[in-house]
Design a protein around this ligand. Structure first.
Ligand SMILES: [Zn+2]
Length: 469
């Protein structure tokens, strides 16, 4: 009897040890690619302990831990899950999602559009996972965006989500206002401060500014509002992301303290002073190349969805994008014009890319931190697989596969930010076990980035074929 207590304790310890082992999972024999430091480990053993990466080493050095479950990854390529740093969950990607751009509310009301989109959020989340995307940043939407973050972060088959609230803008978009508008017109610095104070209790991951410039809204008139927004946000340790597509707008945004630039500079080549400024201020820039072609191509009936988008995009969204199915009497002028002369639209897109792709290459070569992002949810930009069209365009700009993968993982994690941002986008001990396993080598050609065998989110393995079924 005297022995029974220590013996019981021993059995308990043994059971504990076995239980701990039982939760470990080893990925054995694959090639681990970690774009964060550019390291490649062939014939690797990557050990996952519940939801975190415990360690990674070559099989010869480490061997497979005793008692761990394991998955044979011979011939496969293991990367951190991709991160899309620019999406909008308040937009579905279909033809009716931006009535301020093309008013088709007589065909489908905006209320119906938003109801559909909210109802299909679990489907949208799963399409991200199917595309190997395990985290996304929603760069602006209504206040209900904060609920989307909460839902996604409590859902297994969903990417991790960071969000900004409504966009602070110089212009209003009443067509999108159903009582909780995604875009809020701000006229004075004091209004900007007040709005940031209203956002703060929601713990936004970013505050977003929509810096729209035209002849009625010159760059300088909105500068004080940008400055006030930045000051008020930084006082609460919240970073500010700015939509700025002209060189002087982007420069003004950074001079006023912005942390993140979204979209590319598309009006002229970036100059040395601008590049230097971005480096000095440690700005992260998301080029969102794909979105620049998709409105125009959709309206001109020249949409070029990739096989990935056709396979993994929402079929209802994709079906809606055929403008030839619209009742002729309901065609908005913008679509009529595009249909009448599609070549003019395609020329404009080409001109935009001539500038944007060159600028991306200049910034990448200079060492500016570039994060991959698509602006998914805008008309024709498909939630989930749009990222692979973004990769193609980044390749056209002259980025190497490793650079593109770095933009979509380690750099994107910096944009995601916060505690979660520190635990995603890299393969290292203590990081979340968010991984994508590929059947072919993305370093040979970035097109293999979509050759997905399986996706691991938070330590849970999903074979690619099991998703979206
Ligand atoms: Zn956007």
């Amino acid at each position: 009897m005297k022995l029974s207590v220590p013996f019981t304790a021993f059995v308990a310890l043994l059971l504990l040890a076995l239980a701990a082992h039982a939760e470990k999972l080893s990925l054995v024999g694959g090639t681990v690619i970690n774009p964060a430091d550019g390291k490649i480990i062939e014939n690797a053993v990557l050990v996952i302990d519940v939801d975190k990466i415990e360690g990674v080493a070559s099989r010869r050095e480490a061997g497979v831990p005793v008692g761990s479950k394991w998955i044979d990854c011979a011939g496969k390529f293991i990367l951190p899950g991709y991160i899309d740093t620019h999406v909008h969950f308040f937009q579905s990607g279909d033809l009716f999602t931006r009535p301020d751009v093309v008013d088709l509310t007589k065909v489908r009301s905006y209320e119906d559009e938003i109801a559909w989109l909210k109802q299909h959020l679990p489907d949208t989340f799963e399409r991200y996972l199917r595309s190997g995307i395990t985290s996304v940043v929603d760069v602006g939407g209504p206040f209900w965006n904060f609920e989307v973050r909460k839902t996604a972060n409590a859902t297994a088959k969903a990417p991790r989500v960071a969000v900004a609230g409504p966009l602070i803008s110089s212009v209003s978009r009443p067509q999108l206002d159903l009582g909780d508008p995604p875009i809020v017109k701000i006229d004075t610095p004091e209004q900007a401060r007040e709005f940031v104070r209203k956002l703060a209790p929601q713990n936004p991951d970013l505050v977003k500014i929509w810096y729209i410039v035209d002849k009625d809204h010159p760059v300088d008139s909105f500068r004080p509002i940008v400055r006030a927004t930045v000051e008020e946000s930084h006082a609460r340790k919240v970073r500010v992301a700015v939509h700025a597509t002209e060189l002087e707008t982007a420069r003004a945004a950074v001079e006023e303290g912005a942390d993140v630039l979204v979209h590319s500079v598309i009006d002229k080549p970036v100059d040395d002073a601008f590049v230097k400024l971005l480096k000095e201020k440690h700005i992260i820039l998301t080029p969102t190349l794909v979105v620049f072609e998709r409105y125009g191509r959709t309206f001109a009936n020249k949409l070029n969805l990739t096989p990935e988008e056709k396979a993994w995009g929402n079929p209802e969204v994709i079906a809606s994008l055929d403008v030839t199915k619209l009742p002729p009497e309901q065609l908005p002028d913008r679509i009529k014009t595009a249909l009448a002369d599609p070549d003019a639209t395609l020329d404009r897109i080409k001109q935009t890319y001539n500038v944007a792709l060159k600028n991306l290459k200049t910034l990448e070569d200079a060492g500016v931190v570039i994060a991959a992002g698509t602006d998914a949810g805008n008309i024709g930009t498909i939630h989930g697989p749009a990222l692979f069209r973004e990769f193609q365009l980044m390749k056209e700009a002259g980025l190497t596969p490793m650079q593109i993968l770095q933009c979509a993982t380690a750099n994107a994690a910096k944009l995601f930010g916060g505690e979660t941002g520190g635990k995603i986008g890299a393969i290292a001990p203590g990081k979340f076990a968010d991984l994508v396993i590929l059947k072919s080598n993305p370093l040979d050609d970035i097109k293999h980035a979509s050759d997905i065998d399986s996706v691991i989110k938070n330590g849970v393995v999903y074979s690619a074929d099991s998703l979206l079924h």
